[in-house]
Write a protein that binds this ligand. Structure first.
Ligand code: SAM
Ligand code: SF4
Length: 520
């Protein structure tokens, strides 16, 4: 089938590891014992019958407002993951405008308690679009002749970093990879190291700048490979489930493809935890299936990770199907969702997994992202370009080319515009990457998040990194608005930790003088 042609194409490019054919590749990358270990007795933690029961018996039935308020209160006070049935109650309540308003307000309060008034920014960086899989909704799928294929070389990657870190000012990336023998573990590890090692000078101050955290979105890997990524300092490992509905999953991912194995994908994060990669990012490709099914399954997935490891998802992502080259699935799926439903999903997710980070990408329109800013979002990307080598090839940041990218972006705002917009809403843009560099990841951070302690740490680090970015990159107008916000933030910190405040100010003043990468 189609995969074979990809194996032929790679014959001369693969300096890394040779595979005879697709079966050989699958044998190496799908390890049955590593699936079975986390599905004891063959029982899957995604209990489809229970999900369907929650939908028909709870989400589709009227609810008692008192019960809804009880669940909201539980979420807010404990910050613990809800039971699927409780999430289903919120789903039902979300069609009542007054109750939904209460849910939105609570989602905003929880976000503030756990993450304070900050939004973390990052950029996607596509490393390669070679892929051996046949996902029916994706422009990168094997056999799509409309897609121009390429893999970044390390020199090209350095050029991308020069723009991302040196011109835009990003510190945090999500590196994205198709699934292919030439771009598997060794390539991923090499690209992560290259990102960390590249240092450039900031345009306004000449200060040294670089990438401080590389998160990865790639195919599921065996434990042995995950340990390699851990050893080079991977941040969060993201793998989107696409859909938790097994039957639909199998119809979207052909059985000849590596990705066709539902159990391998759903057990990926269990393996991550085993390998010590304890910041994991879950996601669903909304629009493929009933959103209620997906969100209930996400809650079950989070609960199973908590049950095994006492650590839940570091982040949840909410990609929505977007138009892509050579496929009609994104236009024709019967489950596409509108902006109102999208907002509901985010609010219910915030209440259901209160401690988790919520990432809303530039797939969304500016209106959609602006709308849900106060309802639980914690991370967004901006100045994004998802063409392979797009940052260094296109001086115009908003430029897009359908045949060079996986799908089309909806929000092309530059970082300067985004920072200004966020500041106008009293939100500080954080470039902080301290948590992961101080070992505040996985289990170490769970309690701190749930009790709101981490949010306070982050506020201080947000101020320091915001100061860096304003001095190194901001336009005059953005800097003016940002300066005023920092004054306000510092006043809050002084009130909150008067004894600690002198240490904060010391670091802040050093940052103003040009010292970089100071954090708590
Ligand atoms: N190849 C790896 C995999 O599939 O797991 C990781 C990278 S893939 C490029 C990243 C994600 O893009 C996929 O997991 C999927 O959720 C998302 N994606 C694919 N096609 C899309 C589309 N048409 N619109 C929006 N997101 C899409
Ligand atoms: Fe390949 Fe990932 Fe696209 Fe599927 S979603 S075709 S695995 S890049």
């Amino acid at each position: 089938m189609g995969v074979e042609s990809e194996f032929q194409k790679m014959a001369d490019v693969s300096k890394i590891r040779k595979f005879k054919d697709a079966a050989d590749y699958t044998k190496r990358f799908v390890v049955q014992e590593e699936i079975d270990k986390y599905l004891p007795g063959g029982r899957h933690f995604i209990d489809e019958a229970e999900i369907n029961r929650c939908i028909t018996d709870v989400a589709e039935k009227p609810v008692d407002p008192a019960r809804v308020r009880e669940i909201i209160a539980k979420s807010e006070s404990t910050c613990e993951t809800l039971l699927p049935e409780e999430t289903a109650v919120l789903m039902s309540a979300s069609s009542d405008p007054a109750l939904f308003e209460e849910m939105c307000a609570a989602a905003g309060r929880i976000k503030k308690k756990v993450y304070d008034n900050r939004i973390v920014v990052f950029a996607p960086l596509y490393m390669s679009n070679l892929c051996v899989n046949g996902c029916r909704y994706c422009g990168f799928r094997e056999g799509n002749d409309q897609q121009k294929r390429r893999v970044l070389t390390m020199d090209e990657l350095k050029e991308e970093i020069d723009v991302l870190a040196g011109r835009i000012g990003h510190k945090r990336l999500i590196a994205v990879y198709g699934e292919h023998p030439t771009t598997s573990t060794e390539y991923i590890a090499e690209t992560i190291e290259t990102c960390y090692n590249r240092q450039v000078k900031a345009p306004k101050t000449g200060a040294p700048v670089g990438i401080r955290r590389v998160n990865v979105n790639a195919a599921p890997l065996p434990v042995e490979d995950l340990k390699v990524l851990k050893s080079v300092g991977i941040g969060t490992f993201q793998v989107f489930q696409e859909t938790y509905n097994r039957k639909l999953y199998e119809s979207m991912h052909p059985s000849w493809s590596v990705k066709g194995n539902y159990d391998w994908r759903t057990t990926c994060f269990h393996r991550c935890m085993e390998a010590g990669v304890d910041d994991v990012g879950l996601g669903v490709l909304y629009g493929l299936c009933d959103w209620r099914f997906e969100l209930l399954a996400t809650v079950m997935h989070a609960r199973d990770l908590e049950r095994w490891f006492n650590i839940g998802p570091h982040t949840l992502s909410f990609p929505r199907l977007e138009p892509a080259s050579g496929t009609k699935v994104p236009e024709e799926s019967p489950w596409l969702i509108d902006d109102d439903t999208f907002a509901k999903i985010v609010v219910i997710a915030r209440l259901s997994v209160p401690y988790t980070g919520i990432i809303i990408t530039a797939r969304e329109s500016p209106e959609s992202r602006n709308r849900i800013l106060g309802c639980g979002m914690t991370q967004l990307d901006c100045s994004s370009n998802i063409a392979i080598k797009g940052y260094s090839d296109f001086a115009d940041e908003a430029h897009q080319e359908k045949d060079r990218q996986q799908f089309m972006l909806g929000d092309n705002r530059s970082i300067d515009e985004m920072v200004r917009y966020l500041a106008s809403r009293g939100t500080i843009t954080s470039f902080c990457t301290a948590g992961y560099r101080c070992g505040r990841t996985g289990g170490c951070i769970m309690d701190a998040l749930k009790t709101g302690r981490e949010g306070k740490f982050c506020k201080i680090n947000a101020v320091l990194t915001f100061r860096e970015w304003l001095d190194d990159f901001a336009s005059d107008e953005t800097r003016r608005i940002g300066d005023a916000l920092i004054e306000k933030e510092l006043a809050e910190i002084r009130e909150w930790v008067p004894k600690f405040y002198p240490s904060v100010i010391k670091q802040y003043e050093a940052t103003c003088r040009g010292e970089r990468d100071l954090f708590f």
